[in-house]
Ligand binder design. Structure first.
Ligand SMILES: Cc1cc2nc3c(=O)[nH]c(=O)nc-3n(C[C@H](O)[C@H](O)[C@H](O)COP(=O)(O)OP(=O)(O)OC[C@H]3O[C@@H](n4cnc5c(N)ncnc54)[C@H](O)[C@@H]3O)c2cc1C
Length: 410
């Protein structure tokens, strides 16, 4: 019998999962609902933990060809412009973690993984293939697609994002957590910015009930801007109420953003004014994972946002999806070289390796949101802690040293 696995979803997580499994000799069938892989999204950050995964897959050169590698994270006050904290990246990240810190356009990471996948034997990429349901039997999983057809494989990995159908069937309907935060995002060509604003840095501006992050992408030719404010889609933000909550790209108006931010320092305002167009998406997530059973059961596993959607305040959404995928690939590579491994056992080990780390990142991401937007005493405490503890507060050694090797724990 062939070792054939189904992957639902072709985002960063799905492509990475398919690549990791194909590299381990598995025949993969990837089912993506979209009719084409379009250039969607904007910037993403990849900590050294995520770059380590890409390096292990031989993709570091491809990353270097499209990413930027900031020298530092700068934390500043959105109103006074004062510097609150700094974390050196660049050579320091390399020395500390053996890998750089990268920032890039989501479409570039997606394209890089897609190209790598297309070079692999044994991969079938299917577009217009929307997964509706699955049936798990003793030796296979059968998936039903929206067009009425069905496919089966030895296992199913649900990489179908925040609104995952696979998750819904595995764990039942669970409500999303609405953060009450909206992310406005824009891209600015570096050539259109005053030189003083073209820092090779991840700059994080903090203010009460708001924060703004910008960093270079596309080898520094563009800057990605994300401004997070409190509000509700359709109520003073974006179009009329009733917009598709699953869309990543609601039309947004600079005037709404300006009103929501209020007065900010001149430097930040100049950066925001440089963006010709804004898109908007509401930030929703789920409660952190409570155990390995929420990551995998039997022949079905969840990966990336389907398992552990993240608020973007630790910038680890794509990184955790890459780590999940790498872990699966490594476990499959180490499985006995029989035709079809014991997939339920392998997926159980995957879930055991991943769930606590992913839950920790979910918790930290949420906590960062509260700290970033703090006012009053909490704000004072945050700024004082950054001053006193410096880089120790901003660095995340436990995170950037990853991913943990599933084979090391025995
Ligand atoms: C269009 C888009 C734009 C994004 N832009 C940004 C951004 O600018 N910045 C940022 O930080 N993060 C962005 N993200 C999120 C980020 O990519 C993810 O948080 C992270 O990379 C984890 O990826 P994922 O593959 O788990 O989930 P996702 O990236 O959400 O991918 C899920 C994939 O599954 C597909 N899918 C969903 N349901 C089904 C189904 N039933 N059957 C088959 N396929 C299905 C979706 O079409 C999608 O391709 C974006 C995600 C998407 C989908």
């Amino acid at each position: 019998m062939k070792d054939h696995v189904l992957v639902a979803g072709g985002g960063i997580g799905g492509l990475a999962c398919a690549l990791a499994l194909a590299r381990a000799g598995v025949a993969v069938e990837l089912l993506e609902q979209a009719s084409a892989f379009a250039e969607v999204g904007a910037g993403l950050q990849l900590g050294p933990n995520a770059v380590r995964v890409l390096d292990d897959w031989g993709l570091l050169e491809d990353l270097q060809a499209c990413a930027a590698f900031p020298d530092e994270v700068l934390v500043r006050d959105a109103h006074s412009a004062k510097r609150l904290g700094r974390l050196r990246l660049g050579a320091m990240a390399l020395a500390r973690y053996g890998q750089p810190y990268a920032t890039l356009h989501r479409a570039d990471l997606h394209g890089l993984l897609l190209t790598a996948l297309q070079r692999q034997a044994g991969v079938r990429l299917r577009l217009d293939a929307r997964v509706l349901a699955y049936q798990a039997g003793p030796s296979a999983v059968q998936v039903t697609l929206e067009n009425g057809s069905s496919v089966s494989g030895a296992a199913l990995i649900g990489c179908d994002g925040l609104y995952s159908r696979v998750r819904e069937q595995l764990l039942g309907v669970q409500p999303l957590r609405h953060s009450g935060h909206l992310a406005y995002r824009g891209l600015v060509r570096s050539a259109d910015l005053p030189r003083t604003l073209c820092h090779k840095a991840v700059t994080v501006w903090l203010g009460p009930r708001l924060h703004v992050v910008h960093y270079p992408v596309r080898q520094g030719q563009w800057f990605n801007l994300v401004a997070v404010v409190h509000g509700v889609l359709g109520q003073g933000h974006g179009g009329p109420p009733g917009a598709d909550p699953q869309s990543w790209s609601h039309e947004a108006h600079a005037g709404d953003l300006k009103r929501a931010l209020g007065p900010v320092c001149a430097e930040l305002q100049a950066m925001l004014d440089a963006a010709a167009q804004w898109k908007l998406w509401p930030l929703n997530d789920r409660a952190p994972l409570r155990g390995p059973h929420e990551h995998a059961q039997g022949r079905v596993a969840l990966l990336g946002d389907a398992a552990h959607p993240l608020r973007p305040y630790l910038a680890q959404g794509a990184a955790m999806a890459l780590e999940d995928a790498w872990t699966l690939g490594r476990l499959r590579q180490a499985a006995p070289a029989q035709a079809v491994p014991d997939w339920p056992a392998l997926l159980a080990r995957y879930a055991l390796t991943r769930w606590q780390r992913n839950a920790r990142v979910q918790n930290r991401s949420q906590r960062n949101g509260t700290i970033f937007h703090a006012s009053g005493l909490l704000r004072w405490g945050r700024n004082t802690a950054m001053l006193v503890l410096g880089e120790r507060l901003l660095d995340n050694e436990w995170l950037y040293q990853g991913p943990p090797d599933p084979l090391a724990s025995g």
